[in-house]
Design a protein around this ligand. Structure first.
Ligand code: GCU
Length: 421
């Protein structure tokens, strides 16, 4: 009886004490984000063949990011840069995204419109045509760029790979969208640029006849020829070629940002082009940040079936065969190191496997730390709407559906304030 009373008193005391624990501390000791039961059930009902249950994730072993193909342990930045990084980059070219053809081409820039009093006088607008030509054929990438008028120049900038079309990225600013919140980015002292991915390659399967493929590819195409995502990433680099020539922009402080298929593209652009000073992957999911071996939400076989043009032909070998893939996506993230890397997810976007994306970032840390960036995040995910940021890596899981919102951009800029400015 006495013992029961004691226990009762103790539990009252505990309840009382919890009220006085600062909420920050509670958040830190919190379990971390979990997908809601309702979301899991609703998504499973809509697509019963897709796995959204954590307990059904198969056991897997990730390839060792720090072991060279001839079995050496990578213990120095030198070995990473000279041997292991190039090896991993090649593995991704060969097996996932494909290789850029070596066809030589010419490139020219033309500023076709300039407005020094854009956004009510707070920004300068430039519209630039980037023309790629070879063998009598050519293609134009339309780049839109705003730079702040009231900031010390040259300014750091964000380049968005737009996969949604002009309705989100209107240069006249009559139509505004949180997907590309240009006014807010300008107000924080950054330049903001965008190009439409379909300028480089239309997002449909036509056996690689249209877009940049029709200009640079040699037919028949080898099994490691670049897919559409690699083409978009290449397009981002052509935009960067212009941006580094613009005196208003700090060429060594340009972040590439992408959402979803654009997020996969941003990661590959950052891997292929070390001039990108920061990479932001928003809800990039399968074949972006999310670990393939988890087979959670979208899988390699589904993505290759629904989007047969996104990757190289070799990638199809890994349909329902993820364990034989010589890479996993933590190695793609590691290719960004030591540059700042932001991975963001949304709580209802289980198709894009938020936990797999976080674990991927977590498993890229050995490379960040080999390169002395003091990046240390726990294995447990942060709670909803709480950014976790350390050294050169950051992550958040925002509440809500698959999208990119001002809330996401504000967190990206918080990281850029610390790492780019
Ligand atoms: C599909 C696709 C995803 C992709 C997304 C998007 O859902 O399966 O891989 O990320 O489209 O680009 O919005």
């Amino acid at each position: 009886m006495n013992l029961l009373r004691k226990l009762f008193q103790l539990s009252l005391l505990l309840l009382f004490a919890i009220d006085f624990i600062p909420s920050g501390l509670l958040a830190q000791t919190h379990e971390g984000w979990q997908a809601s039961k309702e979301t899991i059930e609703a998504l499973t009902k809509a697509r019963p063949e897709v796995n959204y249950y954590e307990e059904k994730v198969p056991a897997y072993n990730l390839p060792d990011v720090l072991a060279t193909m001839d079995g050496r342990e990578v213990t120095s930045a030198r070995l990473w840069n000279k041997v292991r990084r190039p090896e991993i980059l090649e593995l991704f070219r060969e097996n996932v995204f494909g290789r850029v053809p070596e066809t030589p081409c010419e490139k020219s820039f033309k500023v076709v419109n300039m407005d020094k009093y854009a956004m009510g006088g707070t920004a300068t607008l430039k519209q630039v045509e980037i023309t790629i030509s070879t063998g009598g054929k050519s293609l134009v990438i339309h780049l839109t760029l705003f730079t702040p008028n009231n900031a010390k120049r040259p300014v750091p900038a964000f380049l968005l790979i737009d996969n949604r079309g002009a309705v989100n990225t209107d240069p006249s600013r009559k139509v505004k969208s949180e997907f590309w919140p240009a006014e807010e980015v300008i107000a924080r002292g950054y330049g903001i640029a965008v190009f439409y991915n379909a300028d480089v390659d239309p997002d449909n399967f036509d056996d690689f006849k249209n877009g940049i493929h029709g200009i640079l590819d040699k037919y028949p195409r080898p099994d490691d020829a670049w897919g559409t995502i690699a083409a978009w990433a290449w397009g981002a680099s052509r935009c960067l070629d212009y941006l580094v020539t613009d005196k208003d922009i700090a060429g060594n402080k340009i972040a590439v940002v992408g959402h979803s298929r654009g997020g996969k593209t941003a990661l590959w652009a950052g891997a292929e082009d070390p001039r990108f000073a920061m990479v932001v992957s928003n809800e990039s999911g399968c074949s972006g940040a999310a670990l393939a071996r988890r087979r959670f939400g979208e899988t390699v076989s589904r993505i290759n079936t629904n989007f047969p043009h996104w990757f190289c032909t070799n990638y199809k070998k890994y349909n329902n065969n993820e364990d034989t893939l010589p890479v996993d996506m933590h190695m793609l993230l590691a290719l960004i190191a030591p540059r700042p890397l932001y991975v963001a997810c949304a709580s209802e976007d289980l198709w894009g496997d938020p936990r797999g994306s976080y674990l991927s970032l977590y498993n890229a840390l050995p490379v960040y730390n080999l390169l002395r960036t003091n990046s240390d995040i726990p294995e447990t995910m942060p709670p909803l709407n709480k950014q976790v940021k350390s050294g050169r890596v950051a992550f958040h899981i925002r509440d809500g559906i698959h999208n990119m919102l001002l809330k996401d951009w504000n967190w990206f800029m918080d990281m850029a304030d610390e790492t780019l400015k």
